[in-house]
Design a protein around this ligand. Structure first.
Ligand SMILES: Cc1ncc(COP(=O)(O)O)c(C=O)c1O
Length: 385
């Protein structure tokens, strides 16, 4: 085995069975689900069948599901709704390790005088529920806590925080984009008011995601126009992507336990193999976490250098979301964790998917050890000026 894709938290390959389900809608089948003719009604039926599958994965009712184009759009829609009715001095409470699609949308509110409380995680990568609950006060118009962190994989205390939010009368948004399809996600058990998921994180297509809205929770659409999605999201529904999303949900629901066990075995095999690399530090390992995400520091090097060397060797891994600028900085999540800069900029995320095999990990570990050693030898001081 030479080379493998280990960046499944960024996006996953399409399951061939999902592609099969989508193909007719990328070929001979045509129809706008809003059209009254039989072509349109067939598309409508396909979209509604997919909606039922998404709802079933989440333990929700189909009419509570709003299709969106991405997880970002679903998260943005909820924050934008809360901000629309907020006044200067009102507050939003979020964890400091939310995805940028929530943090950046909140920062927009800050520019208009809405306060944003960002609750830091503990060193284990988990936001303490009591610390979050203590920030809930009159004037808080929205709270947001992810189900699982995209960099660390750590699970957050959504059930406890949802209870505190309910008691305080504050609506709660739960970003379950990284969790769905990997662990059980049940909207009734979680107790949030809004929950977001996206197909491309669990072997479905790009272009389809969903926002679940608890019946009675306040909401007004981000996109205005037609009456689609029961007037909660204007736009012609992306029929092929939504059909694929439904298929991915059906497979995830059926195969969830087997997938989670397999992914955890891959992750554990990888982390056990790190014993051969001096000073490899696994972040978040003490907390409950997703089965497929490993976040590891190799102090004494810079993560982007390691990513490039691994890429040349045929392996895809990640340094986190903030590497586009070319400037190496700790990701906001690792900074919130309180890691020393040297450790944070030496951190890689390795995330596994259903397509990965144990043999790929066995082949990867010696390559990783070789490249870490080479970089450490090249830069004995470890940290650039
Ligand atoms: C936790 C989390 N929320 C939201 C998103 C955004 O999803 P999308 O890429 O579909 O916009 C991501 C994707 O990286 C994520 O990891």
């Amino acid at each position: 085995v030479a080379g493998a894709y280990f960046d499944n938290n960024a996006t996953t390959p399409l399951d061939p069975r999902v592609r099969e389900a989508m193909l007719p809608w990328l070929g001979e089948r045509v129809g706008n689900p809003s059209s009254a003719h039989s072509w349109g009604q067939a598309a409508y039926a396909a979209v509604e069948a997919a909606r039922a599958e998404v709802a079933a994965l989440l333990g929700a009712a189909p009419e509570e599901i709003v299709f969106t184009a991405s997880g970002t759009e679903a998260n943005n829609a909820v924050v934008a709704h809360a901000l629309r009715s907020a006044s200067p001095g009102d507050r939003i409470v979020v964890s400091a390790i939310e995805h940028p699609s929530i943090l950046a949308a909140c920062a927009e509110g800050e520019a208009r005088g809405v306060e944003v409380a960002r609750i830091a995680p503990g060193p284990d990568g988990v936001v303490p529920a009591e610390r979050f609950a203590a920030a809930l006060a009159p004037g808080v118009v929205l709270a947001a806590l992810q189900l699982a962190n995209n960099e660390l994989g750590t699970l957050q205390p959504v059930v406890e925080v949802a209870g505190a939010c309910r008691a305080a009368g504050v609506p709660l948004l739960c970003d379950a984009v990284q969790a769905a399809g990997k662990i059980a996600v049940d909207v009734a058990a979680l107790g949030a008011d809004y929950l977001t998921v996206g197909a491309h994180k669990f072997h479905g297509p790009l272009g389809a995601a969903a926002l679940w809205i608890r019946p009675g929770a306040p909401f007004a659409p981000l996109l205005l126009g037609g009456a689609q999605e029961r007037r909660r999201r204007a736009s012609t529904v992306n029929v092929p992507a939504v059909v694929g999303f439904g298929a991915a949900c059906r497979l995830a629901r059926r195969e969830l336990a087997a997938r989670a066990a397999k992914l955890a075995a891959l992750r554990d095999r990888f982390e056990a193999g790190l014993a051969a690399i001096p000073e490899a530090i696994v972040h978040g390992a003490a907390a409950p976490r997703l089965p497929h995400t490993a976040n590891v520091a190799f102090p004494g090097l810079v993560n982007l250098d390691l990513l490039v060397r691994l890429d040349l060797a045929g392996y895809a891994v990640s340094t986190g979301p903030a590497c586009g600028s070319g400037v190496v900085e700790p990701t906001p999540t690792l900074a919130a964790l309180g890691l020393a800069r040297e450790e944070a900029i030496a951190t890689l995320r390795i995330s596994f998917g259903d397509q990965n095999r144990a043999a790929e990990i066995d082949a990867f570990l010696p390559v990783l050890a070789r490249e870490v050693a080479a970089l450490r030898a090249a830069a004995p001081t470890g940290v650039p000026a």
